[in-house]
Design a protein around this ligand. Structure first.
Ligand code: IMP
Length: 209
């Protein structure tokens, strides 16, 4: 089945091709001649995935899907969340986004230590976090949604050369002490937020084919 994946992110495209397997031919917007970017103005991951998928549907009327992914850190009240791509500013600078998450957690840790030292009670400092992916699939004009999450925690420093985005600082519960950038792409795809959402979408598509 030929389907347009609304992404310009080569890491996401590679992962999705591997997860969906040979039964699906993934086409990029650029390959369909769609080169204009759409602004992700939604306030939720679902809203942004709808914006991206509808942009493709309106441009070519073909079966398509888009995902929007966010990193939610408990101690940061769910941030960066829907702002994960531009947390440190307008540019999609992964390095700076990671630096901002690490430095905010370091400040919180220092505040908690100081409060404890003087006997103040504060919420327990935690590095718990999760990735959440929402996919919007548009098939014959109908919209369907699929979601996947991956639980883990934020490392104190970067580790690993694989993956992309926040992978070097995200330690999934399934691999204690390792980040997503430390494990193989196959291992990441088997447990990841996007893997879960994509497999749910593939199961649906196979059931209606
Ligand atoms: P978007 O879904 O392309 O808007 O991605 C939001 C942000 O999350 C970007 O900074 C991505 O690099 C990052 N991101 C998305 N998926 C992943 C992932 O699987 N691992 C690490 N970072 C990711």
């Amino acid at each position: 089945m030929k389907i347009v994946f609304a992404t310009g992110n080569s890491g996401k495209l590679r992962e999705a091709s591997e997860i969906l397997g040979g039964g699906f031919e993934l086409v990029t917007p650029a390959q369909m001649g769609i080169t204009d970017d759409v602004e992700e103005t939604g306030l939720t991951l679902k809203a942004n995935s709808i914006i991206k998928a509808e942009h493709i549907w309106k441009s070519c009327g073909c079966s398509c899907f888009a995902d929007d992914t966010g990193l939610e850190v408990n101690a940061l009240n769910g941030a960066p969340g829907v702002y994960s791509a531009r947390y440190a500013g307008v540019g999609r600078d992964f390095g700076k986004n990671i630096d901002k998450v690490l430095s905010e957690l370091a400040v919180l840790r220092a505040e908690c230590s100081m409060a404890e030292a003087v006997g103040l009670k504060m919420n327990r400092y935690s590095r718990r976090a999760r990735f959440r992916s929402v996919i919007t699939l548009i098939l014959d004009g109908k919209e369907l949604f699929f979601e996947g999450t991956l639980e883990g925690s934020i490392a104190y420093y970067r580790s690993g050369n694989g993956g992309f985005g926040y992978d070097p600082v995200f330690m999934p519960d399934e691999y204690p002490g390792k980040t997503l950038a430390d494990i193989s792409e196959e291992e990441k795809n088997a447990i990841s937020h996007r893997g879960k959402a994509l497999r749910a979408m593939a199961a649906f598509l196979n059931s209606v084919a």
